[in-house]
Design a protein around this ligand. Structure first.
Ligand code: HEC
Ligand code: HEC
Ligand code: HEC
Ligand code: HEC
Ligand code: HEC
Ligand code: HEC
Ligand code: HEC
Ligand code: HEC
Ligand code: HEC
Length: 419
């Protein structure tokens, strides 16, 4: 049975290969345009990438997109110019509909893939790009700006312009270009800021594909700047605990009332940096103080309290590490204590996250387990050190007794020799 299936599969594969191969041969569009390509500059040659294009790979050809008659041999008029459904070079403003001819048609697309989405075009018209395109703004992105033309790859293919790692450079092409962005009045610093942010360095330097690229925050086809409320939802898709805690805080209500962007109010958006405990240290850092002047007691006091809880937990953990190290260096068996140190460290991270409740009691309560774990390590290490002290004393007494016996033995031998 297994072999029969394999054989059938092989036959299907061969037949489809023969069909595609022969259709390529008789496809007048390809035959003639291959010749035209010879006189074109390298970067304008259509055939260079098209055989690897996802559409060609799926068995589509020139006429599926452009219309025309691929069976007209080398008659240009019959192949293109005299054919009603022929669409030549596509005007920018018509492109979304041109691609949408298939991509917005669920029945058509499902023949190829059961799960492919068919909302790209409708999403696109709701985006800032789409809205500006209807006003004839030719600077905005259309489908081919983000996907390419005769070399479109599946989005999971590293050659795709929208492969996760490639997205920021694809958006940058326009968004960092002062001429293209001139009419919009938008800044052109998003890429540079993003590149040096925690997210940009995670994506580019650490190759961490869990880090967000531009489209994770702005959407793929509905590219919009996120609104106040959606920002924390977007950040929350990855930073769920922070978002959940902040949701329960009264600071969030105040931010919404005052029209302050939620997570962004303290972290910014493109240039998000690695926060440190010092962010809560009023005099050292401006995370709170760039909105609160010194006189504002409530905010100042809360920041100070939170900073102290984290700072003293940090100090406690450092003390624990030093004590355990000391015991380990004396050769004592302390491997169990490393588990306590690890627990304490995990709790420190949780406590840092817990500040997003902006509730002193909650943060204090969260930190309690960290203190307990650090204390357990300190007590364990001190016991080991005490034991080490005992052993040392025991060793001295033992050495003294041993020396005594050696001397007695020596004297005994000496007196026997004399006899
Ligand atoms: C016998 C040669 C020949 C055949 C067959 C042919 N073309 Fe063309 N095609 C041309 C020439 C010549 C041009 C104009 C010069 C150019 O754009 O390089 C052209 C232009 C085009 C253009 C750009 C039109 C524009 O408005 O600028 C498209 C798109 C195109 N062809 C697609 C096709 C498709 C699809 C087929 C098959 C259905 C096809 N061609 C068959 C020779 C051919
Ligand atoms: C996935 C759809 C798609 C397929 C398949 C496709 N094209 Fe195109 N083609 C386009 C779009 C969109 C444009 C307009 C791009 C632009 O102007 O930026 C275009 C533009 C063109 C142009 C005019 C611009 C130029 O580069 O000269 C020619 C000629 C052309 N196509 C020929 C072909 C030929 C020949 C094939 C088959 C080998 C083919 N196309 C396959 C979508 C397609
Ligand atoms: C501003 C850039 C941009 C524009 C404009 C754009 N796309 Fe996309 N497209 C993307 C990104 C980014 C992805 C998703 C990549 C991912 O999920 O990793 C994507 C994914 C896709 C996919 C894969 C299925 C899916 O929806 O995830 C298809 C098909 C697609 N786009 C077609 C289109 C069509 C058709 C148009 C024009 C109507 C278009 N795109 C316009 C950036 C763009
Ligand atoms: C003739 C119908 C047709 C037209 C027109 C068309 N496509 Fe496609 N496209 C398809 C089919 C079929 C697939 C393969 C779907 C699959 O099996 O995943 C595909 C796949 C894609 C993919 C890969 C999706 C993925 O899941 O990775 C992208 C991106 C894409 N098309 C973009 C475009 C763009 C941009 C245009 C316009 C320039 C366009 N398509 C025009 C039929 C079409
Ligand atoms: C072909 C050039 C081009 C590409 C590529 C491009 N954009 Fe744009 N985008 C624009 C232009 C131009 C505007 C400004 C339109 C206006 O307001 O006049 C814009 C506007 C935007 C806006 C709205 C900003 C606001 O506050 O009004 C967002 C968000 C955006 N783009 C995100 C993206 C993302 C994300 C990508 C990459 C996936 C991308 N763009 C790729 C040209 C481009
Ligand atoms: C971590 C989420 C996130 C990432 C990643 C991100 N953005 Fe944004 N972006 C935002 C938020 C939030 C805003 C809204 C800013 C506001 O209105 O205060 C914004 C605003 C914008 C705007 C409007 C103008 C501006 O600068 O405020 C553009 C354009 C834009 N982003 C493009 C990009 C591009 C291009 C990239 C990738 C290089 C990118 N963004 C990456 C969250 C993100
Ligand atoms: C697609 C997932 C994703 C989204 C969306 C996202 N982040 Fe992140 N973020 C990450 C990852 C992954 C890291 C870890 C980077 C590293 O340290 O290697 C990170 C790191 C951070 C850090 C530094 C944490 C630390 O301990 O160093 C902050 C702060 C941060 N993000 C804030 C935000 C904010 C604010 C938003 C929304 C505007 C946001 N993130 C959106 C995935 C995401
Ligand atoms: C009122 C200011 C403020 C707001 C609003 C805020 N944060 Fe923070 N965030 C901080 C401070 C301060 C720290 C540093 C805490 C520390 O390291 O001691 C921090 C640390 C972080 C960290 C790193 C520590 C950890 O939990 O891994 C992440 C990630 C983070 N914030 C994400 C978010 C997200 C997501 C939002 C929105 C839901 C948000 N923050 C809203 C002030 C804020
Ligand atoms: C983006 C601006 C902004 C940032 C950053 C900010 N706050 Fe606030 N905060 C406000 C505003 C606006 C109010 C309401 C008016 C007021 O009391 O000053 C407020 C009020 C407060 C209050 C008083 C709540 C009450 O019960 O009345 C506390 C406490 C507070 N913030 C703590 C902090 C701490 C701690 C930080 C730093 C981690 C911080 N805030 C960062 C804007 C900000």
């Amino acid at each position: 049975m297994k072999h029969l299936i394999q054989l059938l599969f092989f036959i299907c594969l061969s037949v489809s290969w023969v069909i595609t191969a022969s259709s390529d041969d008789s496809d007048g569009c390809i035959a003639c345009h291959q010749i035209i390509d010879e006189d074109r500059d390298d970067d304008e040659k259509i055939m260079t990438h098209i055989m690897e294009d996802v559409h060609f790979q799926k068995g589509l050809s020139c006429s599926d997109c452009h219309g025309g008659n691929p069976n007209a041999g080398d008659d240009e008029d019959e192949a293109m110019w005299d054919v009603d459904d022929f669409v030549g070079a596509v005007d920018k403003k018509d492109q979304p509909r041109f691609c949408g001819k298939c991509h917005s048609d669920p029945e058509y697309m499902r023949q190829y893939s059961a799960h492919i989405k068919t909302d790209q075009e409708s999403q696109y018209w709701t985006s800032h790009h789409g809205q500006k395109l209807t006003e004839n703004d030719e600077h905005v992105a259309v489908c081919t700006d983000c996907h390419g033309v005769h070399g479109i790859y599946p989005i999971k293919d590293p050659r795709s312009l929208v492969y996760h790692m490639n997205v920021p450079t694809t958006c940058k092409r326009c968004h960092s270009d002062k001429d293209i962005m001139a009419n919009s009045g938008l800044p052109t610093d998003q890429f540079d800021k993003y590149k040096s942010s925690v997210h940009g360095t995670a994506l580019f330097d650490k190759k961490d594909i869990g880090a967000p690229a531009c489209n994770d925050c702005h959407g793929n086809h509905g590219a919009m700047p996120p609104t106040i409320l959606s920002i924390s939802d977007i950040c929350g898709t990855c930073h769920a605990n922070n978002a959940e805690l902040f949701k329960g805080s009264h600071l969030r209500e105040i931010f919404i009332k005052e029209n302050i962007k939620l997570c962004e109010g303290c972290h910014n958006h493109h240039d998000i940096l690695k926060p440190t405990d010092e962010a809560l240290n009023w005099s050292e850092n401006e995370t709170c103080s760039h909105c609160h002047s010194d006189g504002q007691d409530k905010a100042n006091r809360l920041a100070g309290t939170l900073f102290n809880i984290i700072d003293s937990l940090n100090n406690k953990i450092e003390e624990a590490i030093e004590t355990v190290d000391l015991a380990e260096n004396k050769g004592m068996e302390v491997s169990e204590l490393f588990f306590s140190l690890e627990d304490a460290h995990k709790n420190l991270i949780q406590t840092r996250t817990s500040i997003h409740s902006f509730n002193e009691e909650f943060v204090r309560k969260t930190s309690e387990d960290g203190y307990k774990a650090a204390d357990a390590a300190i007590i364990g290490a001190e016991q080991a050190l005490t034991e080490f002290g005992f052993r040392k004393k025991g060793l001295i007494v033992f050495s003294l007794i041993l020396t005594f016996f050696v001397i007695v033995l020596y004297l005994k031998l000496k007196s026997m020799e004399n006899k």
